[in-house]
Write a protein that binds this ligand. Structure first.
Ligand code: ZN
Length: 271
């Protein structure tokens, strides 16, 4: 089955991973800008990273027949440095019209601090001025419930935002409902050490239905599994779900969400 991984950090993965993904049916990925595992020292570090995301990585993926798309921002962890964040925000418009750039992300909150919220709101403002879609990271573990509430409040306070152009990612059982009820898209991350297992993700789909729900691997430089979406497909099949229902979640939903972005230029595989 063809599928799309809507959240995976391929700069941290090997070329062998691209080959494996291609063999498993992956036809497109989207890669949000994120924390590299260390704090970058200057805006020049972000410029180089955005060059890598928008030029080199797309070529590496194309060699395996995979469309690489990306989202740009300064992530929540480094947003604690407001001065650096504003330098990155000022540079972002230079990159937003490049091919394959789907919008601004993954912005969000990490420890739910005041500085993180300031930089989040400034990203929202830039996205509204430049007509960009948004991909939003919600915090980990014990900070998730409160952080998701804060994010939803900030989003609903801005009347310019079209909710069907916003993906709120890393939802779990205790946060998925308000995200969907308020009209946003919701992403479920399949992660071996925190976040959801494929079994829990299928439980969520069975409870809420497939509408506006995506699943992703969030594969990165830490313990993670780039082939987690095929694990989800297998679990759906084990429980007897129809191929059409599975395809909706892993292919048609990301296609529908991404197609709202002017940077998305995808040719579906011929059946
Ligand atoms: Zn991520």
């Amino acid at each position: 089955m063809y599928y799309i991984d809507p959240h995976i950090h391929m700069v941290s993965r090997t070329t062998d991973d691209y080959e494996t993904l291609a063999k498993m049916g992956c036809v497109a990925v989207s890669e949000p800008a994120f924390w590299a595992g260390y704090d970058r020292g200057s805006v020049a570090g972000f410029r180089d990273y955005f060059e890598q995301l928008t030029r080199f990585e797309s070529q590496r993926a194309a060699d395996y027949g995979i469309l690489h798309t990306t989202w740009l921002c300064i992530n929540a962890k480094e947003a604690e440095n407001v001065t650096l964040s504003r330098e990155v925000l000022a540079m972002l418009p230079e990159f937003l019209d490049r091919p394959g750039v789907l919008g601004i992300g993954e912005i969000g909150l990490n420890k739910n601090t005041r500085n993180e919220a300031i930089v989040f709101l400034e990203h929202l403002d830039l996205a509204m001025q430049t007509d960009e879609q948004l991909l939003i990271h919600t915090p980990h573990l014990e900070d998730k419930y409160q952080g998701t509430r804060m994010i939803l409040q900030m989003l609903s306070d801005d009347r310019r935002i079209h909710r069907d152009r916003v993906l709120v990612d890393h939802v779990e059982e205790h946060t998925v409902r308000p995200v969907l009820e308020q009209g946003f898209w919701a992403g479920i991350t399949l992660y071996p050490v925190s976040k959801c297992t494929p079994q829990r993700a299928v439980d969520i789909i069975e409870l809420y239905g497939p509408e506006r729900l995506l699943v992703n691997s969030a594969g990165d430089w830490g313990p993670s599994k780039p082939t987690a979406v095929p694990d989800f497909i297998l679990e759906m099949r084990r429980r007897g779900h129809a191929e059409q229902a599975i395809r909706r979640v892993v292919y048609e939903n990301p296609l529908e969400f991404f197609s709202q972005s002017r940077g998305f230029d995808f040719t579906p595989p011929v059946n």
